[in-house]
Structure formats: C-alpha cells, structure tokens
Design a protein around this ligand. Sequence first.
Ligand code: ADP
Length: 271
Amino acid sequence: MSKKLDIYRVKEGDKVSLSKLNTTDDALFDGDKDEATTKLDEIRDDIAELQGRLYAEGKQRLLVVLQAMDTAGKDSTIRDVFKETNPNGVHVVAFGRPSSEELAHDYLWRVHQHAPIKGGIQIFNRSHYEDVLVVRVSELVPDKQWKRRYGHIRAWEQMLIDEGTTIVKFFLNISKDEQKERLQERLDVREKNWKFETGDIAVRARWDDYMEAYEDAMSQTSTEQAPWHIIPSDKRWYRKLAVAEIVRETLRDLDPQFPPPEVGLDQIVLD
Ligand code: ADP
C-alpha cells in the first residue's frame, strides 16, 4: 500500500481516539468536486480492470467491510466505488437485525456463509462488527460476552487470511452535526423520506457510546493484514475517492494475473 494512503490506516496496536480525528480532510486530494469526479472515474475503471483479472485468475479473494453511523454513506460508497465492476464477481451482503434462525446460532454463523469465494470480491454492508457495536451499546448480551468477541473476530479474520483472503475494513467517519443535516434532509425531501427510520434517532442519542464502541472495536481488531481505515466522510465525494483509492491499491497489491492459456491454443484453427 502506498505511503500516502496509509494516513487513514489504524496501525496494529494503535489506540483509536475518534475525537482527535477530522471528519473532513483534503490530504489525499485538494482539488474541487469536479476534478474529484474525473479522478473517481479513472479509479473506477482501474478497479473494474483489476476485478476482471481477479475473477479470471480465480485464486484470490477480497473482503471489504464497511461500517458507519447512519447516513454516513455505506450504500452510496458501494454503488459509487464498484459501479464499473462485473456483478458476476462482486457480491454485497447487508447485515441487519439477526433473524430468529441467526440468533439461534453463534454470531459468526451468518457472516461466515458470506465469506468471499475464489476470484470474488465480497462487500459487507455492516458486518460481524455489529456484534461488538449495537450489541454492546444496546446491552443485548452481558459485557463479558461481547468483550470476548474481539479475540474471536481477530482469530476468525486470521483464519480467512491464512486460507487466502485479503481483508480491508472501512469506518466512514461523519460528525454528529453532519448526521443531523443528513437526517433533516431525509425528513424534508420527499424522495429521501423512505430512508428515514425513527429508530435512527435512538441510535443518534447514544452517539458517544457508539464512538467508544467503535474506538475499542477498531483498536482491538486492526491488524497488519486486516487493517481498519478511518475515512473522513463529511464530504461525500472525498469519502468515495478515499475508499476507491484504497480499494484500487489493495487490488494492485494482489496483482491478479490472467491464467496461462491452455496448451496448444495457438494451434487451433476455427472453421
Ligand atoms: P442500514 O441502516 O445499514 O441502511 P437497516 O436499516 O436494515 O440498514 O439497519 C440495520 C440495523 O440492523 C441497524 O440498526 C443495525 O444496528 C442492526 N443490526 C445489524 N447487526 C446486528 C446484530 N448483530 N444485532 C443487532 N442488531 C443488528
């Protein structure tokens, strides 16, 4: 990964303090929105090209985890970063409230079934991290139970890595003020009303508790091989650009190659 992109990476062992991090930034790109759009187009084309190779190669797997407070832009990041890719090889799964069947199993059961396949990119829109976030803040299990989960998650992710998966995790970091504006928009704009959920207000009311839960989760589970990136997300286009750059760089590091042609292909004559 290029040095430049490291600025948002949580190094293994770092203690994350979200109050010290900016939710707006221009470190990766200080142009305007129009220039950013052009740049994003280029990056998207590269991502599509690399994803095509990954799929053709059929050996490596990529898992992209997205977590954020409501309105931070998980859905639109997925849309905008992976827009040009081939849906045959890119899969998205959203993890909402667990069903009764899911709750009857251990918390990783529903997640593991969606781990990426060879040649595939799997995107988690929310993830197993909810089991140390909402589950912690809403006190859905006793403290000692969620506290043990950091260790499970590290071990589970390490197992995926050992078996050939690359993992990259993003926290889209918005400010509480920005969230207020976006929620207000959902109330005011008819086309956005459908996105408003009254339950989001209760989550917002626990903002500080969520920040603490995120800080602990990222401090405990950002590893060299499965790093968290904290993306300043108050500016939508900057957030997209930053995530896209890191995804492109991750794919470049994988360096997927088209498989060698079958022996004798050059001898074949079609009639
Ligand atoms: P989003 O808000 O991401 O657009 P939804 O409106 O479907 O998607 O919300 C998903 C909800 O499911 C969130 O409130 C989230 O906290 C909740 N959720 C996800 N995973 C769990 C879990 N393991 N336990 C309890 N609630 C969960």
